[in-house]
Design a protein around this ligand. Structure first.
Ligand code: GRF
Length: 208
């Protein structure tokens, strides 16, 4: 399974994928390419440290940038694209070139039904579906007791594709956006591996 990991920042989830490929937790999988739209992203250094191909792709105009990104992913024969902290919206045209082959990590609990605006948690509580850029902050501000992370297929509707898996994270008294996001990320590091395995099982890719 050849993975393309797209990042814009610290890349702790990228690191989790690198580690899982190296220690065998993710079998028959390798990172074929890491792409960042941010020049100084720490994730690029993580990739280079592990001798992985890593590219900074300046994002100058969506159409042209997406053409370049698609060409790179094809050149490196990527089977599955993982958006791990990637901060650019991908167009329907781009996604059509990689049908069911792009998944995203979102730091909030999203419902199975993409048109629903509430997720019903394991304890029965109703959690609003915080989509978009500031999901961790929104959960804090809403005063809910639970948040978490969701891995879903990427579709043209932002943060609304079919869900692969999710994990809940309790919000603690005194949590700030930073402390809460740290705990969400800690959970994401195993969730992203589970998501890749589920994707592989579901899409019936032969294991190489
Ligand atoms: C994660 O919390 C992910 O859900 C969100 O961006 C964050 C990326 O963190 N989309 P990192 O760069 O993997 O550390």
């Amino acid at each position: 399974l050849r993975l393309g990991v797209l990042i814009s920042g610290s890349g702790t989830n990228l690191q989790a994928i690198i580690d899982a490929c190296e220690n065998g937790r993710l079998r028959a999988a390798e990172i074929a390419l890491v792409v960042s739209n941010v020049a100084g992203a720490l994730g690029l250094q993580r990739a280079l440290k592990h001798h992985l191909p890593a590219i900074y792709l300046p994002w100058r105009g969506r159409e042209e940038s997406e053409q370049r990104l698609a060409a790179l992913l094809e050149l490196f024969r990527v089977d599955l694209v993982v958006l791990a902290g990637w901060m650019r919206i991908l167009s329907a045209d781009f996604l059509a070139r990689f049908p069911r082959r792009v998944i995203n990590l979102h730091p909030a609990l999203l419902p199975d039904d993409p048109s629903a605006n509430v997720y019903i948690a394991s304890d029965g509580s109703h959690i609003p579906a915080f989509r978009g850029l500031h999901a961790v902050r929104q959960a804090l501000e809403a005063g809910v007791k639970l948040t978490g992370s969701t891995v879903h297929y990427v579709t043209p509707a932002v943060d609304a594709g079919p869900v692969l898996c999710r994990a809940e994270v309790p919000i603690q008294e005194g949590d700030s956006e930073e402390t809460l996001h740290e705990r969400v990320k800690a959970v994401e590091h195993s969730l992203v591996i589970e998501a890749i395995e589920r994707w592989r099982a579901r899409e019936l890719l032969p294991q190489r």
